[in-house]
Design a protein around this ligand. Structure first.
Ligand SMILES: Cc1ncc(COP(=O)(O)O)c(C=O)c1O
Length: 374
């Protein structure tokens, strides 16, 4: 038996929605993109959503729109996908890593203030695996030092902590609709914000800095467009939005199913010798994007190989990024700099967690993990 690490849940509704779009005039950012932006903003409980081509471009556009530029420091976590820190570098800034909490792998708010310097411009937390960071605490720190606060919410469409959801306390939250994400379009992203002027800036900058898009120019008499700032080409387009729109009403049901699967894993794995689980803080709702276990560092890579040989798809999210070649060479990081992130990076294994998993497949994952620990 082979249990895939991930399979999307796109079905007839999504296919029909794409076909409808293919029969329409707009393939680029048009009415479907606008409808998705409105529906996702309503779902999140934020004023504005700007659809873009990926979470990576969402992060870059947002940092630039918040005036992060050459030499500016942005505090973030080394326990994330490279896109988070790469966006800071791409904007001209310097990623300043702060170690993470052992219990969750999230940026440790306790340590953030000690990393702030006169060059710090922003804090960029990542809701790892779908566990929300302590946004109330980070907001207080950001306000005390006059910093922007941007969330990497690539894993966290459904998360909540202390009554706060992504986009509600920060300047902006950036989402991914990459092929394996909870909302999935193959590729895609969005920025959610309550700040109207930031949203307007992002609409300009996602499309070269042009003050009118193709959809604005379609109706009525011809209107000239102007270029008012230097932007990128990073807009969402209607085929992506057509895939995403029918998924919004299913977010809750799909999240419930992933919670059920995670609960089965947790009850099977709790107390197993040689295996540890993350512990979600009180008052949190886990978005259940990834399910990870931690096994001893010395045996982790062998564990991955044995689990795969048993037909269980698995992967690593993530090896601490400051130890990747580029980051070591550019910034001189060495092992031992962020020991908590490094320990997670050496021990973590991600297991299949997707809506369509069948009971016998869940059992196969559980049996496989048990067998590989022995
Ligand atoms: C935490 C995190 N941030 C950013 C990204 C980048 O997302 P995208 O592929 O949409 O650019 C990912 C994608 O895997 C991610 O996991």
């Amino acid at each position: 038996m082979k249990v895939e690490f991930y399979r999307h849940a796109l079905g007839e509704e999504e296919i029909a929605s794409v076909v409808e779009t293919l029969h329409s005039v707009f393939l680029t950012a048009g009415p479907k993109t606008r409808a998705f932006e409105a529906a996702f903003a309503e779902y999140l409980g934020v004023r504005r959503v700007v659809g873009v081509s990926s979470c990576t471009s969402a992060l870059l556009l947002t940092l630039r729109a918040l005036n992060v530029g050459p030499g500016d420091e942005v505090i973030t976590t080394p326990m994330t996908f490279i896109a988070t820190a790469n966006a800071i570098i791409e904007a001209g800034g310097v990623p300043v890593f702060v170690d993470v909490e052992a219990a969750t792998g999230n940026l440790d708010a306790e340590r953030v203030e000690a990393a702030i310097t006169p060059r710090t411009r922003a804090i960029l937390p990542v809701h790892l695996y779908g566990q929300m960071c302590d946004m109330r605490r980070l907001r207080v720190i950001a306000d005390r030092h006059g910093l922007a606060l941007v969330e990497d919410a690539a894993h966290c469409v459904e998360g909540e902590r202390d009554g706060v959801r992504p986009g509600q306390l920060s300047d902006a939250a950036c989402f991914s609709f990459y092929a394996t994400k909870n909302l999935c379009a193959g590729e895609g992203g969005a920025v959610a914000t309550d700040r109207d002027e930031l949203a307007e800036r992002l609409f300009l900058c996602r499309s070269h800095g042009m003050d009118k898009g193709a959809a604005d120019r379609y109706h009525g008499r011809y209107q000239h467009w102007d270029m008012v700032c230097l932007g990128q080409k990073a807009n969402m387009f209607d085929i992506q939005a057509a895939l995403l729109l029918p998924q919004i009403p299913k977010i809750f049901r799909h999240w419930q199913r992933r919670c059920e699967i995670a609960a089965k894993y947790e009850s099977a794995f709790t107390g197993l010798p040689g295996l540890e689980l993350h512990r979600l803080p009180q008052g949190s709702r886990h978005a259940r994007h990834l399910f990870t276990i931690q096994v001893p560092a010395a045996t982790r890579d062998g564990f991955l190989g044995r689990l795969q040989a048993l037909g269980v798809g698995c992967t690593v999210n993530y090896r601490a990024i400051h130890l990747l070649t580029y980051y070591q060479q550019r910034f001189g990081f060495q092992r031992g700099t962020f020991p908590v992130a490094e320990a997670i990076g050496d021990r973590t294994v991600s297991l299949p967690l997707w809506v369509g998993l069948q009971e016998h497949e869940i059992r196969h994952v559980i049996d496989g993990v048990r067998a590989c620990l022995e």
